[in-house]
Design a protein around this ligand. Structure first.
Ligand code: NAG
Ligand code: NAG
Ligand code: NAG
Length: 295
């Protein structure tokens, strides 16, 4: 026996109206989607046209300054750095763990510019005659003077406005001195703690990847900006200092009346900043050379 589904006239009408509403909604949505897409395309072409004089400029933001961009300009290329770091494994009078350091970078000018833009993040930079860095030239070239220096927190830059342009092909030397916090934040040169027989021990170690080298010393902190690094670590006598290269020297010295060791490492290969590593700890190390019979 066939079952007949009986739909009352009212219910049938109701269903019909619902279907019509659904159809209208779909049409309305797809029309507004098309409009939205068209708007986006229009917006993009306006962006591209900002540089030309034709048409009104509707971009809500003024053109970006070079220091507002997250990518470094291509005008300067680092060659080699001298980096010296001195981590304090005991807190200072304010209960803050800090490190001090200085960095000298030799760089080449590859495109004329009167700006030096270099990464620096969360570092307190020393003032030299009112400016946050010192600039000189290598060889015969004379160096422009610094007119203005400032930090850009958002893009993590130190910016120097120069009195005139740097010459293409010439090499310059930028020197900075700084103080940073040896924080337990796993970023850059940081503090790690452990307990040994109930005694708290502090280790200074590093994590540069992806962009924390700039929190350790001012540097051109992009992977393609490769350079070689001459690392020096100042540390308390009973601690061990490690870095990328083989240790070349460890001399006794005193800083602020405190006996320290000044450990130097052989220059690294030309490499990216994020590959740097530093450790100061009181672990005992065991030296061994690969057994030639096993190779
Ligand atoms: C680092 O050491 C190498 C080898 O001694 C040297 O050629 C280079 O100029 C040094 N870098 C700096 C910034 O002085
Ligand atoms: C880098 O350090 C080495 C060794 O201390 C020194 O001879 C050299 O002059 C330094 N380079 C610069 C550019 O200051
Ligand atoms: C850097 O300077 C600021 C402001 O003077 C200060 O609060 C901060 O503790 C300093 N940081 C370090 C690591 O010295």
């Amino acid at each position: 026996m066939a079952k007949v589904i009986h739909v009352s006239k009212n219910v049938g009408l109701g269903l019909l109206v619902l279907a019509a509403i659904a159809l209208l909604t779909i049409i309305a949505l797809s029309v507004s989607l098309d409009k939205e897409k068209a708007k986006k395309r229009g917006g993009n072409s306006e962006d591209k046209a900002t540089g030309s004089t034709s048409g009104p400029i509707t971009t809500p933001f003024p053109p970006k300054e070079p220091w507002d961009k997250y990518r470094l300009p291509e005008s300067l290329s680092p060659v080699s750095y001298n980096v010296t770091l001195f981590p304090r494994l005991k807190p200072d009078a304010n209960g803050l763990y800090i490190f001090t350091g200085e960095s000298t970078v030799v760089f080449k000018c590859v495109k004329e510019t009167d700006l030096i833009i270099i990464h620096s993040n969360k570092l307190n930079l020393t003032n030299f005659d009112g400016f946050l860095a010192k600039l000189s030239a290598v060889g015969e070239a004379s160096s422009p003077s610094i007119l203005k220096s400032w930090l850009v927190v958002k893009t993590e830059y130190l910016v120097l406005q120069l009195s005139r342009r740097l010459s293409v092909g010439a090499m310059y030397v930028l020197h900075t001195e700084f103080q940073g916090e040896l924080a337990d934040d796993l970023e850059g040169f940081y503090r790690s703690e452990y307990t040994d027989d109930g005694v708290k021990k502090v280790v200074a170690t590093s994590q540069m990847q992806p962009t924390y080298a700039r929190k350790t010393f001012p540097c051109f902190d992009e992977p393609a900006m490769k350079a070689s690094f001459n690392v020096t670590i100042v540390h308390e006598g009973e601690t061990v200092a490690l870095s990328n290269g083989i240790k070349t020297d460890s001399a006794d010295s005193t800083i602020d009346g405190v006996p320290v060791k000044v450990t130097t490492f052989e220059p690294t290969a030309k490499m990216s900043t994020y590959l740097l590593g530093f450790i100061v700890c009181d672990f005992v190390s065991i030296d061994s050379m690969p057994d030639s019979n096993l190779l």
